[in-house]
Design a protein around this ligand. Structure first.
Ligand SMILES: Nc1nc2c(ncn2[C@@H]2O[C@H](COP(=O)(O)OP(=O)(O)OP(=O)(O)O)[C@@H](O)[C@H]2O)c(=O)[nH]1
Ligand SMILES: [Mg+2]
Length: 362
């Protein structure tokens, strides 16, 4: 699982990165914007269920699911015309499963149109996708002519789909707005389109605006995002970054004094799971308690493949205990005695929190 942070220069991307990771990557008072800096960190996905299982099994090792976060510097406009820098940047983002788009709403003095800030970056990504589609379509026209039979059918299918994408992108609309079926999504998967990626918007507000009514600019942004069904969070990244550096006691004191009820970046990763339609399943034992991440509803065999391709190949049955039963019986053995252990086949759709032991034979 990997998320990339995007946004205008100086919108507070690195501050958001620090707030989420608890790290201390350098932030710039004045963006130099001419060298490409990338911060990468892997963060544990905190999960009380893993903590519970660890207390139960006292394993030698506990492995939380991890979430990789990538923060890139947006090149300034002159530099962004240099193709290599821009290509590097876009490539780094293409590797991501989701994007966190930071809007710098803390600069109160500037009468900034936040919606414009958002749209500018969105358009940049749409145009990049449009260029990819355009290039591929040119090649397809050529290839279709020279092919025949089954191969031709496949190429024509792709051509039709990409033409649909082209017409959509040309209207400056992101691919994520298109209603694509599983089959179509499979065809375009390899292109790693930027405007297809799941998106979470962060409105990075000023510390002085905490607990204040939304400014008209910000209200406009919220209305815009809501209309487009884009999930969004409003918080002050600077404050959250500072909170992350404190011990729990000082943190609570500062939160109380500022009237902050919850630290949004503490929950952001867990919320990303919902956004990306991901769930966790667990393998447990005296050696290790480990959390694994899969798409919601993945069949048991897919889940097995996460662990090892041999386990998927030799799959016999999955022994599954749903998480609430694990809590209720507090041991594998007791759960089994009480009939809470289920034997499931390859197609069983995995549920969030399932504790699993795969039986396989290779
Ligand atoms: N007052 C205030 N300043 C902030 C906040 N968030 C970021 N800043 C300031 O804005 C400046 C830019 O922040 P960065 O996090 O470096 O911005 P960036 O988006 O990473 O910028 P580039 O990497 O250059 O694209 C720094 O001086 C930050 O201290 C905030 O919530 N409140
Ligand atoms: Mg930065």
């Amino acid at each position: 699982m990997k998320a990339g942070i995007v946004g205008q220069t100086g919108s507070g991307k690195t501050v958001v990165f620090n707030a989420i990771t608890g790290l201390n990557a350098p932030v710039h008072a004045y963006s130099s914007g001419n060298k490409s800096e990338t911060n990468v960190a892997s963060v544990n996905v905190l999960d009380e269920r893993v903590q519970f299982l660890t207390n139960l099994y006292k394993p030698k090792k506990t492995a939380y699911a991890t979430f990789e976060l990538v923060d890139v510097t947006m090149p300034s406009r002159e530099v962004s015309n240099k193709d290599s820098t821009k290509a590097d940047l876009l490539n780094a983002l293409r590797q991501c499963d989701a994007l966190i788009h930071v809007i710098g709403c803390f600069k109160a003095s500037e009468a900034k149109a936040y919606v414009q800030d958002f749209t500018d970056i969105e358009t940049e990504m749409i145009l990049s996708d449009l260029a990819t589609v355009d290039k591929r379509l040119t090649k397809l026209t050529h290839d279709v002519k020279r092919s025949s039979g089954n191969e031709k059918t496949l190429l024509v299918n792709e051509q039709e789909l990409l033409t649909r994408l082209y017409n959509h992108l040309e209207q400056e609309k992101p691919i994520r707005d298109l209603d694509l079926n599983e089959e179509e999504l499979k065809i375009i998967k390899g292109y790693t389109f930027l405007s297809e990626k799941k998106l979470l918007v962060v409105a990075n507000i000023n510390e002085n605006n905490l607990n204040q009514p939304l400014s008209s600019q910000l209200q406009e942004l919220v209305t815009h995002l809501t209309a487009k069904h884009i999930p969004h969070l409003i918080f002050c990244a600077q404050i959250e970054m500072e909170l992350k550096q404190l011990n729990p006691e000082d943190k609570q004191e500062m939160m109380d004094s500022l009237g902050i009820k919850e630290v949004i970046t503490d929950k952001l990763i867990n919320q990303s799971y919902d956004l990306l339609n991901l769930i966790s399943f667990f393998t447990v034992g005296e050696d290790e308690v480990k959390a694994w991440t899969i798409k919601n509803g993945s069949p048991a065999q897919e889940a097995a493949r996460k662990i090892h391709s041999d386990i998927a190949r030799g799959f016999i049955r999955a022994e599954v205990i749903h998480f609430p039963d694990m809590v209720k019986y507090a041991s594998w053995h007791a759960a089994k005695e009480n009939g809470a252990l289920k034997l499931e086949g390859k197609e069983y759709p995995m549920q969030d929190g399932d504790c699993v032991n795969f039986r396989y034979n290779v």
